[in-house]
Ligand binder design. Structure first.
Ligand SMILES: C[S@@+](CC[C@H](N)C(=O)[O-])C[C@H]1O[C@@H](n2cnc3c(N)ncnc32)[C@H](O)[C@@H]1O
Length: 247
C-alpha cells in the first residue's frame, strides 16, 4: 500500500487559507475532466438550473456570470430568455462560450454601477486571494433589489477520498466562510447547504477521471486507483449563497 493510501486520514489544516490554483489556460483538460465526471457520474443536478430559475423569477434585466467557465449557467439563462454577459479571466474558457463575452478580472469590473439585475459567481471565488473585492464589485454593478449568487464546495467535501486528496484546508471562499463574506457586503443573505451522496463512481476509469478533475497528477491517480475500491459513492458538501441588494 502506498503512502497516500495508507488509510490514515490526514489531519485538517484549518490555519492554512489558500486560493485554489488557476489552471484554466495552462491545463483546460483538468476542468473539463471535472465537468465530464460530474455530468456522467453525478446523481443529481448541480446549482446552475436553480440559480437560473431564481434569476428569472426574482431579478429583471441583464445578468452577469462572473467566472463563467465553459458557459453552463450562461446556457441555462439563455434557455430561459435572460440576456447575459459571460465574464471570465481565461481566454480558453471564454472561447467555448456563445453570446456576449468579456474577458477580465472579477475584482475590477468594467461596468457601470447598477447595470445588472443578477450577478452570479459560481465555483469561482475560491480562485481569488481576496474574494471580498469581487463581492463588493458585484454589489456595485447590481441594481437595487438585485440578486447575487455564489457557491463553493465545503473544505470537508469528498470525505471518501481524504486519503488521496490534499489535507482538508480552508479556501478563500468555501461553504464554511463564504456566507459571512457575502453577508459582509450584501443587505440580506440566504444560504442553501448540501451534504449528501451525490456522485457514484462505478469503476476505476470513473475514479481516475474524477481524480483528474480534482487536479491529481497521473502518478497520484495511478496510486489512488490501486488503493481505493470501486464502486465508490462520494459525499458532496457545499453551499449556495444568495445575496440581495436593498431597494
Ligand atoms: C471552476 S470554474 C467555474 C465555471 C462556472 N462558473 C461553472 O459553475 O461551471 C472557475 C472559473 O472562474 C474563472 N476565474 C478564475 N479567477 C477569475 C477571476 N479573477 N476573474 C474572472 N474569472 C476568473 C476561471 O477562468 C474559470 O473559468
Amino acid at each position: 500500500m502506498c503512502d497516500r493510501c495508507s488509510g490514515v486520514m490526514r489531519p485538517a489544516d484549518p490555519e492554512r487559507v489558500r486560493a485554489i490554483l488557476f489552471d484554466y489556460d495552462a491545463d483546460p483538460g483538468r476542468f473539463l475532466a471535472n465537468v465530464q465526471a460530474v455530468a456522467q457520474y453525478g446523481l443529481a443536478g448541480d446549482v446552475h438550473q436553480a440559480v437560473a430559475e431564481r434569476a428569472v423569477e426574482e431579478a429583471g434585466g441583464l445578468a452577469l456570470d462572473l467566472g463563467c467557465g465553459e458557459g453552463r449557467l450562461v446556457r441555462e439563462l439563455c434557455k430561459r430568455g435572460v440576456s447575459v454577459i459571460a465574464y471570465d479571466l481565461s481566454a480558453t474558457m471564454l472561447a467555448a462560450v456563445r453570446g456576449d463575452r468579456v474577458r477580465g478580472d472579477a475584482t475590477r469590473l468594467p461596468f457601470r454601477d447598477r447595470s445588472f439585475g443578477a450577478v452570479a459567481a459560481l465555483y469561482m471565488l475560491y480562485h481569488l486571494a481576496d474574494p471580498r473585492a469581487a463581492i463588493a464589485e458585484s454589489y456595485r454593478v447590481l441594481q437595487p433589489e438585485g440578486l447575487f449568487a455564489a457557491c463553493a464546495p465545503s473544505r470537508y467535501n469528498d470525505p471518501e477520498l481524504a486519503m488521496a486528496l490534499p489535507p482538508a484546508s480552508p479556501s478563500t471562499f468555501d461553504a464554511e466562510n463564504g456566507p459571512q463574506l457575502v453577508a459582509d457586503s450584501f443587505d440580506e443573505i440566504e444560504v442553501q447547504c448540501w451534504d449528501a451522496a451525490l456522485v457514484h463512481l462505478p469503476d476505476r476509469p470513473a475514479l481516475a477521471l474524477y481524480l483528474r478533475g480534482r487536479g491529481l497528477s497521473e502518478a497520484e491517480i495511478a496510486d489512488a486507483v490501486d488503493c481505493i475500491a470501486t464502486p465508490l459513492t462520494l459525499t458532496k458538501r457545499g453551499a449556495l449563497v444568495y445575496g440581495r441588494k436593498a431597494a
